[in-house]
Design a protein around this ligand. Structure first.
Ligand SMILES: [Zn+2]
Length: 314
């Protein structure tokens, strides 16, 4: 944990949630209502609703904005919207590039089916375009494109206070898996451009999608650029990292462990994992790939396993 937590404008609060649920940012509006950016994973939806209700203290939530539509960022949308009066009273805004897929609930275009992750269906009132201005927490933000981790992702920047809501484009130590690369599409160059865009904005502090707010932004950017370079030099390393992250996300959903056979079944059946296996390790038995991924997680301290069960750790 950084010791010098930077001060955010008093109209912003960050709910730091860990890795299964992304952080939520709550903005208190001058009219007494509130806005939330990102809503966590569906498994935590009731906890998210309770945390937001506590923070709002009777204020009305009048808007939900998503940086991108991964399951750990939009899983509480439906529950929060229902708790605050439905689509008319609490509209949802998503990156414009995802608007049609959301409103058709096209699970092939969205990522939930490919990763075998869960989501509760919702509809969005409108799409947020790149370079659009948004008012959140009484502050004026610009939505910047943040492709790389997710081609449609946006990040929000308030130049007056130097605050960046980065989603999964930049964390204190790294960034989210570059999903297009797992599917054979370019993503590393876009991620590098996104990091350059952040550097040019010169944020004073970053509210990341996961982890604590940080203000040592230059060092974070330096680490992130080195990480992209390492992945470009060795795409297999990124693919292995992607498998570990996706497997870890399954473990996070099961605090009491998952039977090894069940986890192996998920690994073989989730379309994205099967695709990654074919693309990067053609001819390798999926069971071996699964075993190697579990072993790697255990070696790094992110999981522990015995003959029957695999457990989250770390
Ligand atoms: Zn993400």
């Amino acid at each position: 944990m950084p010791t010098n937590i930077p001060l955010l404008p008093p109209t912003l609060r960050v709910l730091e949630r860990g890795w299964l649920s992304a952080n939520s940012v709550v903005g208190f509006e001058p009219d007494g209502s509130a806005t939330v950016v990102d809503t966590g994973y569906v498994q935590h939806a009731e906890q998210t609703r309770a945390l937001i209700a506590h923070l709002l203290g009777g204020r009305a939530l009048r808007r939900i904005v998503n940086t991108h539509l991964h399951s750990d960022h939009c899983g509480g949308n439906a529950a929060l919207q229902a708790a605050y009066g439905g689509p008319r009273q609490c509209p949802i805004e998503v990156p414009l590039g995802e608007l049609a897929a959301v409103n058709d609930w096209d699970e092939d275009a969205l990522s939930f089916r490919a990763t075998a992750q869960q989501a509760a269906a919702f509809t969005a009132a409108r799409g947020v375009a790149a370079l659009e201005r948004l008012r959140i927490g009484g502050l004026e933000w610009t939505a910047y494109p943040a492709p790389g981790h997710d081609p449609h992702a946006l990040m929000l920047f308030d130049p007056a206070h130097g605050v960046l809501i980065s989603g999964d484009a930049l964390w204190r130590d790294g960034f989210g898996v570059i999903f297009p690369e797992l599917r054979g599409q370019p993503g590393f160059a876009a991620q590098r451009e996104t990091l350059q865009r952040i550097a040019a904005l010169r944020p004073r502090c970053v509210i990341p999608g996961h982890g604590a707010v940080f203000d040592d932004v230059d060092a974070a950017l330096q680490r992130a650029v080195q990480r992209v370079d390492a992945f470009v030099a060795d795409p297999l390393r990124h693919a292995r990292h992607g498998l570990r992250v996706l497997l870890k996300f399954q473990l996070l959903q099961h605090p009491h462990g998952v039977p090894r056979a069940r986890l192996r079944g998920w690994f073989a059946d989730a379309p994205l994992l099967a695709e990654v296996g074919r693309r990067f390790w053609d001819g390798t038995d999926p069971g071996d790939l699964f075993g190697d991924t579990v072993d790697a997680l255990c070696r790094s301290g992110a999981a522990r396993a015995d003959a029957a069960m695999v457990y989250d750790a770390g």
